[in-house]
Design a protein around this ligand. Structure first.
Ligand code: TEU
Ligand code: CA
Length: 558
C-alpha cells in the first residue's frame, strides 16, 4: 500500500456559520475560526475541511455560490481568510476548501447573464430546456429540496435545471468553457496555498444528453433524476481532466462527495491509479433504514451496519482509499443516531463510536462538536428549523401532497434533520455556549451547560480527551492506518468486533453497541501473548475479560 500524508491525516470539518462568531452578529465567521485554531491544535487534527465561505445569498447556507473568489460578507473578508490560512499553516494545520461546482447560485454573474436571452454567450453555462406545454416542465424530475427540479423562467419562456434549490441552477459541465472557468478558479485557490478540496455532489456533474422522465418511488410526487444525473457518461472524463489540469500540479488532499456511489464506482473515483480523487464519501452506512425516504426514525441494525462497513473496508483495500465518518453538516449527531445520547450513556457511547470508526482503514473525518459528544437538538416545532431541505419537505409532504402527518414528520425531522448538526458549537457554559454575544442564527442546544469544550478540556476523562488520544494513536501506529481489516462475529447483533493486521502486529477492536453487559471470548492470540490495551473507554489496563460493559470499547494490540 502506497504511503501518503493524506492517508495518515485526521480531518476536522468546520461549518463556519455555527463554529464561532467573533463580531456578535450571531453568525459564525472566519475571524472566529482563527481564534479557535489553538483548540484544534490541542485536539491534534491535521486538516480542516472548511464548508463554503464564498460569497453567497445563503439559500442553502453557502452551498449556493455567487462568487467563487470572494468571501461571504457575513463571514468576513479575503484578508481574514488569508490570516486564517497563514495561522493554520503556522500550526501545521492544512485547509481543505469545499468545492461546490455542480451548481452555482442564481445570483452568480454567469447565471444572471445566462438567463438574459437564448443567445447570450453564457446561455450554455447552464441546462435550459423547453417545457412540454403550458406550465409543463421538460420532465418529471424532483429536486432534492422538494418540488420540481425545473424552474420556469419568464424572460426566455424556458426552464432551467436545479437538482437542489431553485436558487442553485446546475452548471452544464459538457460546456468546456464551464470546465475551464472552474479549473482556473481552483488553480487560483491552490496558488493561494490551500491544501485540498472536498467536492460537493461531484458524482452529479455529468448528465445524460437525453433527459427522460425518471422512475417515481411510491409516495413521491416526482421522478428520480438519479439514473440520468448520477455517475453520468462523462463524470470520470471530467475528473481526469480536472486532475490533469489542476489537482496533479499540487500536493492536495481531495475527497469527492459522491451520493449513490458503490464500491465499484469508488474504485474509479478514488482508484490509486485512476488519477481522479484521493477518496470519496460513501453514503451506504448513513442511508441504512431509509426505505425511499430519509424522514423516518428507524434504528440502524448493527449487523447491516457491520456488513456495509466491512464491504467498504475489505473491497477497497489496496485499490482505493476510504473516508471514515459518522456525521457531518448534512447528518444528525452520531451519538443520537448510532449511540445513546441519554445522560447515563452519552459519553461512553460517543467514545465507543469514535473507537469503532477511528480504528478502521481510511482517513477519519471529525465533524465540529462530535469530539465533544454533542447531541441532536430537542426540536418540537417546524418554526425552529432553518434548513431548506426539511422546511421544503414539510411544505410538500404535509401541505401539498398530504402524504405525511405534521407531528409524525416533525418527530422524524428531530431525528434526521441536518439542523441537528448545525446548532452552534458549544464552547463553554456562558450564554449561547460562548458561540456568540449576539442572538445565534440557530438556537444553541440547551444541554450546552454540561456539554462544552471548556468543561471537556478540563476533564481528562472527557470525550474530547478520548478523541485526542485516538488521533495521537493513529500517528503512532502504522497498523491503524495501513493494517488489513477482518470482521469477526458477523452475525452478532450487539458487538462490533474486528481485527487489523500489519506485518507481525495485530489489533483486536471490540465495541459493544448496547447498554447491556455482553459476553465476549477474547481470541487466544490476544491473551496467551502479552496482549496490551491500546485504548479503553473504561480505563481498563488489561484484556483479561469475559464480557464487555455497556457501550464498552476496548482495543488490544499484540
Ligand atoms: O449534499 C448533497 C447531498 O447528497 C445531501 O444534500 C443529501 O442529499 C441530503 O443532504 C441528505 O439527505 C451536498 C452538501 O453537503 C449539502 O449541504 C448541500 O445542501 C447540497 O450538496 C447542495 O449543494
Ligand atoms: Ca459573526
Amino acid at each position: 500500500m502506497k504511503r501518503a500524508w493524506w492517508k495518515e491525516a485526521v480531518v476536522y470539518q468546520i461549518y463556519p456559520r455555527s463554529f464561532m462568531d467573533s463580531n456578535g452578529d450571531g453568525v459564525g465567521d472566519i475571524k472566529g475560526i482563527t481564534g479557535r485554531l489553538d483548540y484544534l491544535k490541542e485536539l491534534g487534527i491535521d486538516v480542516i475541511w472548511l464548508s463554503p465561505v464564498y460569497q453567497s445569498p445563503n439559500d442553502d447556507n453557502g452551498y449556493d455560490i455567487s462568487d467563487y473568489q470572494a468571501i461571504m460578507t457575513e463571514f468576513g473578508t479575503m484578508e481574514d481568510f488569508d490570516d486564517m490560512l497563514r495561522e493554520a499553516h503556522e500550526r501545521g494545520i492544512k485547509i481543505m476548501m469545499d468545492l461546490v461546482v455542480n451548481h452555482t447560485s442564481d445570483e452568480h454573474r454567469w447565471f444572471v447573464e445566462s438567463r438574459k436571452s437564448k443567445d447570450n454567450s453564457y446561455r450554455d453555462y447552464y441546462i435550459w430546456r423547453e417545457g412540454k406545454g403550458e406550465k409543463m416542465p421538460p420532465n418529471n424530475w424532483g429536486s432534492c429540496f422538494s418540488g420540481s427540479a425545473w424552474q420556469y423562467d419568464e424572460a426566455t419562456d424556458m426552464y432551467y435545471l436545479h437538482l437542489f434549490s431553485k436558487k442553485q441552477p446546475d452548471l452544464n459541465w459538457d460546456n468546456e468553457k464551464v470546465r475551464e472557468e472552474v479549473f482556473s478558479m481552483m488553480d487560483w485557490w491552490c496558488r493561494k496555498g490551500i491544501d485540498g478540496f472536498r467536492m460537493d455532489v461531484i458524482s452529479m456533474i455529468s448528465k445524460t444528453k437525453e433527459l427522460p422522465d425518471g422512475p417515481v418511488t411510491p409516495g413521491n410526487l416526482y421522478g428520480d433524476f438519479g439514473p440520468y444525473c448520477i455517475h453520468g457518461p462523462n463524470v470520470h472524463r471530467y475528473l481526469k481532466e480536472m486532475n490533469e489540469k489542476v489537482l496533479s500540479r499540487y500536493d492536495l488532499i481531495t475527497v469527492g462527495e459522491t451520493s449513490g456511489v458503490t464500491v465499484e464506482d469508488a474504485k474509479r473515483y478514488a482508484g490509486e491509479s485512476e488519477h481522479e480523487l484521493n477518496m470519496v464519501f460513501q453514503f451506504e452506512h448513513m442511508d441504512i433504514g431509509n426505505n425511499g425516504t430519509k424522514w423516518n426514525r428507524n434504528p440502524v441494525p448493527l449487523v447491516e451496519f457491520k456488513k456495509v462497513m466491512s464491504k467498504w473496508q475489505t473491497e477497497l483495500e489496496g485499490k482505493a482509499w476510504n473516508s471514515l465518518y459518522l456525521e457531518n453538516h448534512d447528518q444528525p449527531r452520531s451519538v443520537s443516531r448510532f449511540g445513546n445520547d441519554s445522560e447515563e450513556y452519552r459519553e461512553r457511547s460517543a467514545k465507543m463510536l469514535a473507537t469503532c470508526i477511528h480504528m478502521m482503514q481510511g482517513t477519519p473525518y471529525v465533524y465540529q462538536g462530535e469530539e465533544l459528544g454533542m447531541t441532536n437538538y430537542p426540536f418540537t416545532d417546524i418554526s425552529q428549523f432553518r434548513d431548506i431541505e426539511n422546511i421544503n419537505a414539510y411544505h410538500e409532504l404535509v401541505e401539498v401532497s398530504g402524504t405525511r402527518e405534521s407531528e409524525e414528520l416533525i418527530s422524524c425531522f428531530q431525528y434526521k434533520s441536518r439542523d441537528n448538526a448545525r446548532t452552534p458549537m458549544q464552547w463553554d457554559d456562558s450564554p449561547h455556549a460562548g458561540f456568540t454575544e449576539g442572538k445565534p442564527w440557530l438556537a444553541v442546544n440547551p444541554n450546552y451547560k454540561k456539554i462544552n469544550a471548556k468543561a471537556e478540556m478540563e476533564n481528562p476523562n472527557s470525550v474530547f480527551h478520548y478523541y485526542k488520544k485516538l488521533i495521537a494513536l493513529r500517528k503512532k501506529y502504522d497498523i491503524i492506518v495501513y493494517g488489513s481489516y477482518e470482521l469477526l462475529l458477523p452475525e452478532d447483533e450487539n458487538l462490533y468486533v474486528y481485527t487489523r493486521s500489519l506485518e507481525d502486529e495485530k489489533l483486536l477492536v471490540m465495541c459493544n453497541f448496547t447498554k447491556e453487559n455482553r459476553a465476549i471470548e477474547i481470541p487466544q492470540e490476544f491473551t496467551k501473548a502479552d496482549g496490551k490495551v491500546l485504548i479503553s473507554n473504561y480505563g481498563r489496563d488489561n484484556g483479561e475479560i469475559k464480557n464487555l460493559k455497556p457501550y464498552e470499547a476496548l482495543v488490544l494490540i499484540v
